[in-house]
Design a protein around this ligand. Sequence first.
Ligand code: ACO
Length: 401
Amino acid sequence: VIDIRKLYGDTGYFTYDPGYMSTGSCESKITFIDGDEGVLLHRGYPIDELADHSDFMEVAYLLLHGELPTEVQSREFEHAITYHTMVHEQLRRFYDGFRRDAHPMAVMCGVTGALAAFYHDSTDITDERQREIATHRLIAKMPTLAAMAYKYSVGQPFVYPRNDLGYAENFLNMMFSVPAEPYRMSPTLSKAMDKIFILHADHEQNASTSTVRLAGSSGANPFACIAAGIASLWGPAHGGANEAVLKMLGEIGSKDKVGEAVKMAKDKSSHFRLMGFGHRVYKNYDPRAKVMQKTCYEVLGELGVKDPLLDVAMELERIALQDEYFVERKLYPNVDFYSGIILKAMGFPVSMFTVLFAVARTVGWVAQWKEMIEDPAYKIGRPRQLYTGAPKRSFVPVEKR
Ligand code: ACO
């Protein structure tokens, strides 16, 4: 007989909450979500206003510091970021160790963790200045590492960061420039990239952010914590969903097959879900999906692309939003539903979609990590479990098993 008070404390109780459906793990001043109303605020500012009027660097500053920057603060912050966009030359050699066909998220897990081995001078988390430099380094280097992962996979030379370009433009340039043909900048596409980064910048205690916080709660250095976040983001139920959406839209193929797909998604025995639909917190239209849908039209218009997948997506949304199953369960399109179509039109291979998410979310991860470390009450995260295994028993020698 086990005295459960010895296990679970004097009360004998702890909350058992698989998937943390109703467990708050921290206090935070960064991001607010009202899932029923479809509201997302960063430091109080609605996401659609930020997407329309701000830019990713400003939003990064806002998430980290709590207020929108003044002009001077903006310039200083951009300087602090651009100062760190290069990566150590030795880090380039890491890429040679990966197979050409490695998934870029696998490469990102490795090279981001490796930053801790190159930037020791910003791994002391007790030092405020080191913490600040580590956050700047991570925000600055992530696009460089991501573009290098892509260039390596297609066998093209790495393109060095250009600090005269904005954050999104520099990333597009590192991704798509080739020696014979520099990337042709388009304000519409740069703005769209910047918006996509803003829309993915933070989303309170999602799986990857909680992973970053949990890893960081042991005192691990920020580079290691962000590598853990990237690993968590990789899954199809989280950051991998936009990749899955595009695959699904391609498999559906045409508008007339949409009804069949919706029927299959309702049939539990099919184990098929409509990718890009539903959200743990939003029980209404994801406000990011609305901005993403608008951006999708802008990008396709600018590029003169007529993507039949967009027609499939629109039809899917139309039918699902009228279907009792989806209405009852409050399953609406989420941020991933339209992003894949935009990214594909811009020339990103599907395998890079989650990497782009990681680039943007690094800002949220470091802001959340910093908030936790700077909270005097922070503790190591250590959930309990409901043990359902064998009771205590005596060891059985191998000949008696
Ligand atoms: N298609 C069909 N049915 C669905 C879907 C879907 N996309 N999502 C949820 N459901 C159903 C479930 O089968 C369940 O039905 P039941 O009550 O009859 O059993 C009900 O809706 C509730 O679903 P849960 O899985 O319990 O909801 P949860 O909050 O755990 O899951 C999740 C949220 C993982 C996002 C889920 O909706 C899903 O798998 N969606 C598809 C993947 C996706 O788009 N992920 C991206 C999320 S956004 C992001 O990470 C940026």
